[in-house]
Design a protein around this ligand. Structure first.
Ligand code: FES
Ligand SMILES: [Fe+2]
Length: 334
């Protein structure tokens, strides 16, 4: 997809995934690039995750390439200047006085093994709370995080630098007809519910898959899209797994796509990682659904005024109208 032709930018406001907790163990540093900015993420001795602009204010070295964690600060690989988690210069090895210039820090949040940042072109603080994969679906399913195998690394996959706009990927959440053609689903899901949550920052749909034999709903899934960056999916019925799909702009032309699968484990199984056969099955059958969607997304032309089938009108129109609200928001107070 040619992202330059889209009528919306790659700078939406909201929560965006930048990795998994397991990617950045305590004491490690990782270079990142999102929203056309070079970033560094590091985890200090206190266990917290910190994300800030990557280039040192001294002579511009990238803190993510060779930088070191010292306590809860990051040390530049070039001349050893240190920066704390507020972005403040705290140490210059050969001079007593520090410089009074901060590196821009990003609001980072870690939950259920995933790391997210808040992106807002006006630098406003987070405007809404991010959906939680386990705390927020209790009315739909009573399973808890402990009822699933640990996510990382077996249940995760990253697609880097895809020419896809995040917003487009979430049209899947209302597109009942594509399941049959793109994902070979034997059944076409039916839209059962659609509403907004969390002060209208969350778009929710519930789909039901009916059994061909009985006509009864055999499986339902509750999908909650937070802004235009993250989609939380909870299945209930013949399968009870959960999927988090996130898309994060890297620059004006590409995005990184993250897929996370939580698979339920049998009672009494306390293992700390997915069994090998299950990991292979998830890799072959579940994580690949994004490959199937990507075949379409990569080559799709954006149709601003689509000719929708009667079946699609309500859900598509509502979704697109809502998505428009995540761009060009005026600044808010901290
Ligand atoms: S460039 Fe970072 S300390 Fe010199
Ligand atoms: Fe899909």
């Amino acid at each position: 997809m040619n992202l330059k032709e889209l009528p919306f930018s790659m700078k939406p406001v909201g929560w965006f995934q930048i990795g998994w907790s397991g990617d950045i163990p305590k004491g490690s540093v990782k270079p990142l690039r999102y929203f056309s900015q070079d970033l560094v993420a590091y985890r200090g001795e206190d266990g917290g995750i910190n994300v800030m602009n990557a280039h040192c204010h001294h002579l511009g070295a990238h803190l993510g390439h060779g930088g070191k964690v010292v306590g809860n600060e990051v040390q530049c690989p070039y001349h050893g200047w240190r920066w704390n988690k507020e972005g403040k210069n705290t140490h210059i090895p050969y001079q007593e006085k520090c410089v009074n210039k901060r590196l821009k820090t990003w609001h980072a949040q870690e939950q259920h093994g995933c790391i997210f940042i808040w992106h807002d072109p006006t630098n406003s603080p987070p405007r809404w709370s991010l959906t939680h994969m386990f705390d927020d679906f209790t009315e739909f399913s009573d399973m808890a995080e402990k009822d699933f195998y640990p996510l990382y690394p077996g249940g995760t996959r990253l697609w880097s630098g895809e020419e896809v706009h995040p917003q487009i990927t979430f049209e899947n959440s209302v597109d009942s007809m594509h399941f049959r053609y793109v994902h070979d689903s034997p059944m076409t899901p039916e839209l059962l519910e659609q509403d907004f949550r969390n002060d209208d920052t969350e778009f929710r749909t519930v789909f039901g898959f009916k059994s061909v034999k009985t006509g009864e709903v055999a499986m339902e899934f509750d999908t909650r899209t937070s802004g235009v960056g993250c989609s939380f999916n909870v299945f209930k019925g013949s399968y009870n797994y959960r999927v988090l799909f996130c898309a994060t702009p890297v620059d004006d032309e590409t995005s990184d796509l993250f897929n996370s699968i939580w698979w339920p484990r049998p009672d009494g199984d306390e293992s700390q990682q997915l069994p090998n056969d299950l990991e292979k099955r998830i890799a072959d059958e579940i994580l690949t659904t994004v490959d199937e969607d990507l075949l379409i997304w990569r080559h799709q032309a954006y149709v601003d005024r689509p000719l929708l089938a009667r079946e699609d009108v309500r859900a598509f129109t509502t979704l697109r109208k809502w998505q428009k609200g995540f761009y060009d928001l005026p600044a808010t107070e901290a």
